[in-house]
Design a protein around this ligand. Structure first.
Ligand code: AMP
Ligand code: MG
Length: 390
């Protein structure tokens, strides 16, 4: 049995990054950059008007003759003298001879001339060339997550392909004779299998869209055989259930017989103690407890950071939030507690119903309150650290 922080450390040390690949920017949402990106152009590529209005060379004059128009997309470099202005629109090219744009709302205009009622400061409403980024400057460093905004920015620079880390292929192996797939009528003694759907959904929140689910009965031979082929095909294997000490828990033995190297087994925590972590070649194996709340807790604490590490994220742990606790929490277990909790702007409430079998509380929680093994009490009103969950 090991401590939580040691388990986190071992997982981090063993979850090496995936190989990289070239990908179209339009398909790169949720991937992480494997190398920095350099801008091929200045953005904006030319001096742009930020307003619909009039461009002119700033002076003490308020009256200007209108001698032309610059619409978005035009590029006529009209030479303005000190008494001249042009009609201009948002995003349009500002001629070299103009330095300022006055917005149309601040102007009295007739067909041929304008009178500026509210004089803007020099250089107002002109976006300088390269204001967002200069040619050859770094757009993004390696290990940046590709978000919708990042895709927009890359597209605006004309970048169509980038180098990213591949996403790990993940399989879930579900064990348990008592499990039935939902959609059928529940038989006596059985329960609906829920961990696979839950873990798939949790994986989706960190960018793993597709997960393959396999199922076996509580049987050593079948578990061993299933694992043997799964281990060859996937980067990460999550096993659900069968990792405890019951007479029908065969997962650990099946893993060891498949030459999975044990990196740790059992963690000094509640819930989620019976967990195995191991590796075979580059494949990581997390054998998670079958109890649904334990399974999901360990997903957030151990699996998610490992997946993110493989995906190339620089920050693999979610930032913790700190809140005032609404009630006293005692910990006489000597274990790290992960308590389902709900926080708001100022406080956190630990929810009633912390059993490892119960998802009803988890489903309305927005965080896990972490009570380290050496903390015996959190007093009411004390500041505590929480892991937000989606
Ligand atoms: P185990 O870890 O296999 O001993 O299972 C612990 C508890 O979790 C038992 O009550 C199981 O019925 C339940 N359980 C195991 N696997 C699942 C699953 N995939 N979906 C829902 N409950 C499960
Ligand atoms: Mg079981």
């Amino acid at each position: 049995m090991i401590e939580v922080n040691k388990a986190i450390e071992i997982i981090e040390a063993n979850s090496t990054k995936m190989p990289t690949k070239h990908i179209e920017v339009s398909k790169a949402l949720g991937y992480v950059l494997a190398e920095k990106v350099i801008s091929p152009i200045d953005m904006p590529p030319f001096r742009q008007s930020a307003m619909d209005g009039y461009a002119f060379a700033h002076s003490i004059r308020h009256q200007y003759d209108i001698v032309g128009t610059s619409q978005a997309g035009d590029h006529s470099n009209i030479k303005l003298n000190t008494t001249e202005a042009i009609r201009i629109f948002t995003g349009a090219f500002v001629p070299d001879s103009a330095d300022t744009v006055v917005m149309q709302e601040h102007v009295m205009a007739n067909k041929d001339s304008i009178l500026i009622a509210e004089m803007p400061e020099k250089f107002s409403n002109v976006r300088p060339k390269g204001e967002q980024i200069a040619k050859d400057a770094v757009v993004f460093e390696a290990n940046t997550l590709i978000t919708p905004a990042a895709i927009g920015f890359l597209a605006s620079l004309g970048i169509t392909e980038i180098e990213v880390y591949k996403k790990p292929k993940v399989a879930i192996l579900v064990t348990g004779n008592e499990l039935m797939q939902s959609g059928k009528k529940l038989k006596k003694g059985k329960i609906f299998e829920s961990n696979s759907m839950m873990l798939e959904a949790a994986l989706q929140t960190i960018g793993i869209e597709k997960t393959k689910v396999y199922r076996v009965k509580d049987n050593l031979k079948a578990t061993k055989k299933a694992l043997s082929s799964i281990l060859k095909k996937y980067d990460i294997v999550l096993v659900s259930g069968g990792i405890s000490v019951g007479d029908y828990d065969f997962v650990k033995e099946a893993l060891l017989q498949n030459d999975v190297k044990e990196l740790f087994y059992k963690i000094n925590q509640k819930p989620g103690k019976p967990m195995f972590f191991g590796s075979k070649n580059e494949t990581l194996v997390f054998a998670l407890p079958g109890n649904p709340a334990s399974s999901l807790t360990n997903f957030y604490i151990y699996v998610a950071p490992a997946v993110k590490n493989k995906m190339g994220f620089s920050e693999i742990h979610k930032p913790k939030v700190v809140r005032k606790i609404n009630s006293e929490i005692k910990n006489d277990t000597g274990k790290t507690l992960f308590l389902k909790a709900k926080y708001d702007e100022t406080n956190v409430t630990v929810l009633t119903g912390q059993s490892s079998a119960m998802l009803n509380t988890f489903a309305i929680a927005n965080s896990l309150l972490i009570v380290p093994e050496d903390v015996e009490v959190y007093k009411k009103g004390q500041l505590v650290s929480l892991l937000p969950i989606d």
